[in-house]
Design a protein around this ligand. Sequence first.
Ligand code: AMP
Length: 251
Amino acid sequence: MASKNDRSAWLKGGTAQCACETALAGPDQPRRFVLLGAPGVGKGTQAELLSQNLGACQLSTGDIFRAAKSLDPCDRTPALEAALGYMKRGELVPDETVLNLIRERVGCLRCGGGFLLDGFPRTVAQAEALAQLLAGEGIKMDAVLSYDLPMEQIVSRLSGRRTCSQCKAVFHVTTKPSKVEGVCDHCSGALSIREDDRPEAIRVRMEAYHKSTAPLADYYRRKGLLVEIPAAGAPEEIYARTMTALAAKPA
Ligand code: AMP
């Protein structure tokens, strides 16, 4: 299993470089996927498992915004500052802000280790911009992995999620509790509820998902890229289902 990739180039942008060697060595055949699905469906967990097994980096746009939160406010651009407000309310960040961040990180799409885009694209306009960027770079995506789960289960996953304030490890009050309530198993940091996992923000995120992101499934189905995966069950089961579905996808 490959070790967790350093994602400095993605999280920091600009001239930041990753410390891991994936970009230099790269697997024989870099894998490139978009992960699609409602917030809370388990994309992040699947991205981690795919990353460990395939070596490709998890490129989450939500992680860029969460990393920006810990920056000194003077180091945040006005667009990034505004983006944090959208995120806190559970609304989508405007396409232009997101696309500027992606263009600034196009090197991560070129990375010899491949990529796992998690949380991007989230609108058809973002998907079209991504298609243009990849075509310009001569890069082909392998597939779009679309995870699906009934809405009640999604809301339960989101409202029970607890995140470590230090190492960002994710727990769940019933399905993956920490050994000591409120304390991270890995670094003893305090566990808290993400601002956008609070009930009002969850409602806004679900609305944004249905209005803007759900249409992407049809968009990618028409392009022959969509691979649909039921997301009920344990992470390892869903991962195995992902591999089976990928193996069955016509080339
Ligand atoms: P996530 O961790 O992917 O659920 O993202 C957390 C929040 O970041 C979202 O609720 C949005 O406010 C914002 N965000 C992340 N990615 C995007 C995107 N591609 N387009 C618009 N907003 C985004």
